[in-house]
Design a protein around this ligand. Structure first.
Ligand code: ATP
Ligand code: MG
Length: 418
């Protein structure tokens, strides 16, 4: 139960195949939980382990996020672990200033697919991946990148230094804005009244049914798009850039399903592929510095709209090898000692510390890439590269801590253009 894949990363649905015994719990709008305390409003998102719903808390008269775990024993166990971690996080942050999601309540819910652990979390807005997508995969303005980085580093510093906790799955999907991108979707800002009873006429409209309908519609839309491109070679005009002014960039770290205490590591392989640190691939031991690597990959993605490393693993070599090659093309050759120092090093490197199967690397320094490919100004590129490069040191012990990063001048530069 260690590494999550790209769950929820597409805007596809969770798929109704997993709505079975041991799987997700099907929710209908206005379903109640915890003896009527929480009322389901609409689905907010989903992951490999759970679906997450906007719910109305009738006791506090506030909106909350209800994370409903799949029911099979391994998911239940992982929920209990997440509850333990979230409790520590919430108890250690009484002033709510650490940029980490808060746990409000938890309970067990029995449904046709089994017993589901449920976590009641404070309701947050859209995840950062949605923000990148909303911005049409263009890099965010550098000042906005800075604001998000400050929050994420504040959260990491708290987790690492005060709790001795590793997140192990930091990525844009697991960073949530405090409010929604589209304020009409924010139940608080838009002032919509909570749904307290089943909407009339749809008492049978289950979440599963609407998932099927939605998928069919999606397919139809895709088919139409394919036909129109094939027919006329019709190319739509580029869409104008979107304005992000007015969107609050304050955010929090979420998803502690894979988090672990520094003193009690469980999984060998951690992190989602693209955000995985070299020491995790080579199995030379991971720690807080591995979260820092994922942080740097995330910051790069915010500034460019593209993943820093997107290994494919084709042409006779594995995804791991491709990944290591991509890292070296951007960051320079890996020092021999590090390259050959992991339990899996022999699979990829020869005794000189050269990749066995991928020979010709095309080096391109980070600041150059930011200018040439992503069109950052020379100054923005140089400053961002200066901030990120130390965090992308191949030697984990040389990477700055979150606390040290928070002191970096880059976080306090005021860019007059933006
Ligand atoms: P994973 O497969 O990544 O392990 P998961 O099943 O553990 O996922 P989360 O990552 O915690 O689930 O949540 C899935 C999605 O639900 C998030 O990406 C986000 O869109 C939404 N979500 C989660 N928590 C909240 C919250 N507190 N407020 C609003 N939306 C949330
Ligand atoms: Mg997640």
């Amino acid at each position: 139960m260690s590494c999550s894949s790209s769950s929820g990363s597409s805007e596809e649905d969770e798929g109704f195949d997993s709505y079975r015994k041991g799987g997700y719990h099907a929710v209908r709008i206005a379903d109640t939980f915890a003896s009527g305390r929480y009322i389901a409003q609409r689905k907010l998102g989903w992951g490999q382990f759970s679906t997450v719903w906007l719910a109305y808390d009738t006791q506090s008269e506030r909106y909350v996020a209800l994370k409903i775990q799949k029911s099979a024993p391994e998911f239940a166990q992982s929920a209990l672990h997440e509850i333990e971690v979230l409790s520590a996080i919430t108890n250690g942050d009484p002033t709510n200033s650490k940029c980490v999601v808060r746990l409000i309540d938890h309970f067990k819910h029995v449904g046709p697919n089994g017993q589901h652990w449920c976590m009641v979390l404070e309701f947050l807005g859209d995840n950062i991946l949605r923000l990148i997508r909303y911005n049409r995969y263009k890099g965010l303005e550098i000042n906005k990148v800075r604001e998000i980085c400050k929050c994420v580093l504040t959260g990491l510093d708290y987790l690492h230094r005060e709790l001795r906790l590793l997140h192990t799955d930091l990525k844009p999907e697991n960073i949530l804005l405090l409010s929604t991108i589209n304020s009409s979707k924010d139940p608080i800002k838009s002032g919509t009244a909570p749904i307290l009873e089943k909407p009339e006429g749809v008492s049978n409209g289950s979440a599963t049914m609407s998932a099927i309908e939605k998928r069919l519609k999606q397919r139809a839309r895709r088919a139409v798009a394919t036909i129109s491109t094939k027919r006329g070679g019709f190319v739509s005009a580029p869409k104008p850039p979107r304005c992000l002014d007015g969107i609050d960039m304050n955010c929090k770290i979420v998803d502690f399903g894979n988090a672990c205490w520094e003193s009690k590591k469980i999984a060998e392989e951690i992190q989602t592929r693209q955000y995985r640190a070299p020491e995790v691939i080579l199995q030379s031991g991971y720690s807080f510095a591995s979260d820092m690597w994922s942080f740097a990959c995330t910051a790069f993605e915010l500034a460019t709209g593209e993943m820093m490393f997107a290994p494919k693993g084709t042409q006779g070599f594995s995804e791991d090898e491709d990944h290591l090659a991509l890292m070296m093309e951007l960051l320079g050759k890996m020092p021999r000692k590090i390259a050959i120092g992991g339990r899996r090093s022999k699979d990829y490197f020869d005794r000189h510390g050269d990749l066995k199967r991928i020979r010709r690397l095309k080096y391109c320094a980070l600041d150059r890439l930011l200018v040439d490919k992503f069109k950052l100004s020379n100054t923005d590129a140089r400053e961002l590269a200066e901030f990120l490069s130390p965090i992308l040191d191949f030697a984990p012990e040389k990477r700055p801590t979150a606390q040290q990063c928070l002191q970096h001048p880059w976080l306090n530069i005021k860019n007059p253009d933006s």
